[in-house]
Write a protein that binds this ligand. Structure first.
Ligand SMILES: O=C(O)CCC(=O)C(=O)O
Ligand SMILES: [Fe+2]
Length: 347
């Protein structure tokens, strides 16, 4: 089917940004209690070297302790020693930026319609809410037989092979991290992965934020928590913008060249019975630079039940979350009813 601009529900933000002097109403946050362009303090997020957690040793325990503290206070951690070379990280940025730099007709070949989750488009296409100042490209990357290649860009030529290489590395990294999380809680290392099942999947989102004429009025991505178990975020070292809510205050998340930011998603909060915090986060815009990030969401088989690890539950620390399956459905349905998914999962 030939795709045209009309098949997109809204005009790409990138097109709008070309000669936008006055921000359209649908991007403006009216009840702002703070100007989004005033940078909040930078939060100190620990950087962890994953090479140091194997084999088990007292120094590995120290690293795991740092991991646990970080995930239970701010809900994220920066990781190095993740097995992904700097050149592959750079190449992921380049193919993302090169895709968004293509003429619109070329990008429209991968466009999503209102019914699709995958493809090129923007996030709030089906709601009458305030829109994000960003465009995106959503792709299932793993398992391979769930990929929808009609949405994969043919251009730039190395897009698919780069994403394939990145996926191979992330599949391994995902296992390493999902074993480290329960270990840091003194649980059996397979405890979270056992809840993943056969049809676990990974979903990539390329987020593209064009420069914005009024960073004080709008957001690149509205405040949200991720519905995943964990999210691997490749930040943009040239343009920050991610903020995280901790103790009711917004903080700027620093970028660390070569590191990946791991965010706790709602399902890791459930599995850890609330010890790990799925943080609210948002993205502010800037008027000078484009920004490109790649978020990869790691999710269990939707038919498998996810629940707090039995060994974390005691009289002193009662179970806080229900046993849920297909949490992403709960997450999106709750969102449409103006609730958060995690509220719906709480007992
Ligand atoms: O672009 C970013 O820094 C964060 C994006 C994000 O939160 C998401 O895609 O869920
Ligand atoms: Fe997010």
């Amino acid at each position: 089917m030939a795709r045209t601009l009309e098949s997109l529900v809204f005009k790409p933000v990138q097109e709008l940004a070309v000669d936008c002097k006055i921000l359209p109403e649908r991007y403006i946050h009216k009840c702002i209690d703070e100007a989004f362009h005033v940078d909040p303090p930078v939060i100190d997020i620990p950087v962890i070297d994953l090479n140091l957690i194997q084999p088990p040793s007292p120094s590995a325990d120290q690293v795991l302790e740092k991991l646990r503290t970080s995930l239970s206070s701010c809900g994220c951690v920066q990781v190095i020693g993740h097995g992904i070379s700097n050149s592959l990280l750079d190449q992921m940025h380049s193919v993302g930026k090169d895709f968004f730099a293509l003429p619109l007709e070329e990008k429209l070949k991968c466009s999503k319609t209102a019914q699709d989750i995958e493809g090129y488009g923007n996030a709030s296409a089906h709601s009458d809410e305030i829109h994000n100042w960003s465009d995106l490209l959503n792709l299932t990357i793993s398992p391979e037989d769930q990929r929808k290649f009609q949405f994969w860009p043919q251009n730039p030529k190395i897009f698919s092979e780069t994403l394939q290489e990145y996926t191979d590395k992330l599949v391994l990294l995902n296992k390493v991290v999902l074993k480290a999380l329960p270990r840091s809680l003194n649980l059996k290392e397979s405890c979270f992965l056992d809840q993943y099942g056969e049809n676990a999947n990974m979903f990539a989102r390329f987020n593209y934020y064009p420069p914005c004429p009024r960073p004080d009025l709008t957001l690149g991505v509205k405040e949200h928590a991720d519905g995943s178990v964990i999210t691997f975020l490749l930040q943009d070292n040239e343009a920050g913008g991610l903020q995280i809510l901790k103790d009711d205050h917004w903080f700027t998340v620093p970028t660390v060249p070569g590191a990946l930011l791991i965010n706790v998603g709602d399902q890791a909060e459930i599995m850890s019975n609330g010890i790990f915090k799925s943080p609210l986060h948002r993205v502010v815009t800037n008027s000078e630079r484009e920004r490109l990030t790649v978020a990869v969401f790691s999710n269990p088989d939707p038919s498998r039940y996810v629940e707090p690890a039995e060994d974390l539950i005691s009289e002193k620390s009662p179970r806080l979350y229900k046993k849920v399956h297909n949490y992403l459905r709960i997450y999106f349905e709750s969102f449409q009813q103006g609730m958060t998914g995690i509220e719906a999962a709480k007992i």
